[in-house]
Design a protein. Sequence first.
Length: 175
Amino acid sequence: MNAIVIYKTKYGSTKTYAEWIAKELSCNIKEAKSVSASELEQYDTIIYGGGLYAEVINGVTLITRNMDKLKDKKIAIYTTGITPINCRDYYDKYVVEKNFKGGVPENIKIFNFMGKMVLSELTPVHRAALKTLKKIMSSKKEPTEMEKLLVELCDADGDFTNIEEIKPLIDYIKE
Ligand SMILES: Cc1cc2nc3c(=O)[nH]c(=O)nc-3n(C[C@H](O)[C@H](O)[C@H](O)COP(=O)(O)O)c2cc1C
C-alpha cells in the first residue's frame, strides 16, 4: 500500500490522530501546507484529517478542489471536533453539506473523531467567535435541538482524543 496521512491542525488534536494512524499503517505523514495537489497523485491511498471550525473541515479543499486528479484513489477523510459522535445528523447532514457541495464522491469515506478544545489555549479570535456564536444561539426564541446543542458545546473544555476511535478508519484502509 502506497499511503500518506495529511493533516491540518490548529491546536494539535488532528495531528495526534494523524500520528496514530500513520504509525498503525506504517506510512508517510505530512502537514497539509507542505503538500501540493500534484504530489498527491503519487499515492494510491490518501488519508486527510482536519479539525471542524464552524462545520468546515480545516483545509479539506486540498482534496475537494482536486477531485478530478484524485478520482481513482482510495480516500479517507477524518474530522476532529467537540460535537458528540452520536449526533449523526450533525455529521452526516450539516458537515457533509458544508464541505461536499455535490455530495460525497464514491471513493471517499468520512470518519468523525472527538478532538480537543481547551478554552485556556484558544486564541482571542476563537474565544470571541465562540462567545458570539453562543450569544446568537442563546437568543433564539424557539431553538432547534441542534441550536441547543451548539450553545452547550461552546462551553466544552477538554481533550477528548482517543486512540480507539481510529479503528474503523484503519480497517477501511486495510480492507
Ligand atoms: C472557533 C471554533 C469553532 C469550532 N467549530 C466547531 C464545529 O463546528 N464543530 C465541532 O465539532 N467542533 C468545533 N470546534 C472544536 C474544534 O473542531 C476542535 O477543537 C478540534 O479538535 C480542533 O482541531 P485541531 O486541534 O486539530 O485544530 C470549534 C472550535 C473553535 C475554537
